[in-house]
Design a protein around this ligand. Structure first.
Ligand code: BTN
Length: 255
């Protein structure tokens, strides 16, 4: 390791054919005491799940991976990992030569054109509510197959975007070093160093948005994200609100 570089997370990769959900398998490993860096990659899932209780259809041809972390940063910062992982995923796609620029939809979607290429599902546990015992980063990326996603806009794949010969293993190869570097940098300094790179790929900046917050929906203009990765929304009354969670709806994307 050169002076000033972060100590990298060492990945311990387990490759499986068909599983229920890679997040479930990593959770079992976490509860059995596995070290940070254990990563399960499956060729298909029969019980893949997404955010907000959605099904993540997982046919062969795509990348399904879950990574175990044992983060030491404050609990309030953990959600920003979704943004960091989305960013390095977008950069891995670019490194493979994708002719379409990968963009980011807060907090966890990677877009190609008007379609969803990838999603990230964070699941964690804390016994005392102050320190995170384990956190799972689940990643689903549509490499070749385009299952429907129930999010109101279409599915994108690397194959349809101009990379018909790329296999899930190629994407994994581009992703792993970026993931380990990014996660080590986040562990050391949090989200702030990633903010500019994230904003440079952000979809919907300056546009009208809706943010669904359980029972309440906020409408306003998307101003960006703050240093912690929270969404900045300016309401009709001109007040700027910071939102750490919620489901963002971009009307332009939904058509
Ligand atoms: C989203 O809703 O956008 C998040 C989708 C996350 C899907 C991945 S696929 C690998 C891992 N295992 C799961 O069951 N879900 C995540």
């Amino acid at each position: 390791m050169s002076a000033g570089a972060e100590p990298e997370l060492r990945l311990d990769l387990v490759r499986l054919a068909a599983v229920g959900s890679t997040n479930d398998l990593i959770r079992e490993a976490a509860e059995a005491g596995a070290a940070a860096g254990r990563m399960i990659v499956a060729e298909q899932q029969t019980a893949g799940r997404g955010r907000h209780g959605r099904i993540w259809q997982s046919p062969p041809g795509n990348l399904y991976a879950s990574l175990l972390l044992r983060p030491t940063r404050p609990m309030g910062e953990l959600a920003s990992l979704s943004l960091v992982v989305g960013l390095v995923l977008a950069e891995a796609v670019e490194a493979l030569g994708c002719p379409v620029r990968a963009e980011l939809k807060w907090p966890n979607d990677v877009l190609l054109g008007d379609g969803k290429l990838a999603g990230i599902l964070l699941e964690g546990s804390s016994a005392d509510g102050r320190r995170c015992d384990w956190l799972i980063v689940g990643m689903g990326i549509n490499v070749r197959a385009a299952p429907g996603v129930d999010v109101g806009y279409p599915t994108a794949t690397l194959a349809a975007a101009g990379l018909p010969n790329v296999q899930p293993g190629d994407l994994l190869g581009a992703l792993c070093p970026r993931l380990t570097r990014g996660l080590a940098a986040w562990e050391r300094a949090g989200f702030a160093p990633f903010r500019d790179r994230w904003l440079a790929r952000a979809r919907g900046l300056g546009g009208a948005i809706e943010l669904r917050l359980g029972q309440r929906t906020v409408q306003g203009t998307l101003e960006g994200i703050d240093m912690g990765g929270a969404l900045l929304v300016r309401g009709a009354d001109g007040v700027l609100e910071h939102h750490a969670a919620g489901e963002l709806v971009l009307p332009a994307l939904a058509g």
